[in-house]
Design a protein around this ligand. Sequence first.
Ligand SMILES: *Cc1c(COP(=O)(O)O)cnc(C)c1O
Length: 389
Amino acid sequence: MTNKNLTDRWNVSIQNNYGTPGIALVKGKGVVVKDSDGKQYLDFLAGIATNILGHAHPAIVKAVSGQIATLNHVSNFYAHPNAINLAEKLVEMTGDKNAKVFFCQSGAEANEAALKLSRRTGRLKIVAAQGAFHGRTMGALSLTGQPAKREPFLPLIKGVKHVPFGDIGAMRKAVTKKTAMVIIEPIMGEAGVVVPPVDYLKQVRAICNDKGALLVVDAVQTGMGRTGDWFGYEYSGITPDVITLAKGLGGGLPLGAMIAIGTAADLFQPGDHGSTFGGNPVTTAAALAAIKFIESKSILNKVEKQGSFLMQELAMIPGVKEVRGAGLLLGIELEILKASDVTNALREIGILVNAANESTIRIAPALIVTDAQIKKFISSLKKVMVNAK
Ligand SMILES: *Cc1c(COP(=O)(O)O)cnc(C)c1O
């Protein structure tokens, strides 16, 4: 099996919604992965911010293999300690003990759940941000503020207004007493790692309080330690009504969650919502193992320090216009070069990243990435930028 062979077969049997990948990955350990031609890469994308402990981490392997050897899926007709332990842990992480969790498998589903929850307020209107990404299912796509992704699938759910991200005046004008929820990413990941003004979330919180609208923080990409905090909004001092999670939550396994806080925690009644695989014992075991490891090794602290170092060093590379983000979710905006060209050149020399948009490279390595691997990434990007001139 070669890259060529596998990508040719992909073309034949897998639908063309992604485009054809250039390589096939077959093995990984920590932050290093190998393709099917045997070439090694430093994985600075981590399955798009999912593999928070990298590949084949002993803690994840042990938790998953132990659970799968003990009990598979049980459905929500029965309770299981892993889902309960994880829910209790997530509630603790919000800092508000009056929170309750709904489990699902993906970010889109977590946001669908939030959307349905908001309908239980009796209100119908929603405010979201232009450029925001909240998922691809019809409800989540209605929240997503990217016309190219929406337009082929119109009509979507009515009553969603998209306002410019970071513009508090526009937000104030859009939110009324009919607004069920406002949904915001702490940092817009898919849009190119876009960071709002520092007091934005606090002001959005105040507007939601004033109008009685739920504030939903979509922490699907910023969550699980990636920014140096658990969810990515903590710096603002706010408490959201709802937090949605997926990507990193399952430590590389498919797991999503919608955490509702305070009165929002009791909006769903029996029969209102569900997911067959929600709270699966194996995926929740992986999440618990990942959280435990992150806590026991003070990983959040490390992530914050590495983020600051990366920001400082990357910003000094000739041809880099700006570095945005927090912790290990960074967008590197290029002055002239195309992000896709630099991404390809990096892949050639053994580094995986992605082009979040035409001019921005996104990096989101595993949270266990070492200082040496970070230095290697910085010197590799420097090399590529110099050679491209
Ligand atoms: C990736 C992402 C989603 C969608 O998650 P899926 O698991 O692909 O459905 C939603 N919101 C944000 C902020 C994301 O980054």
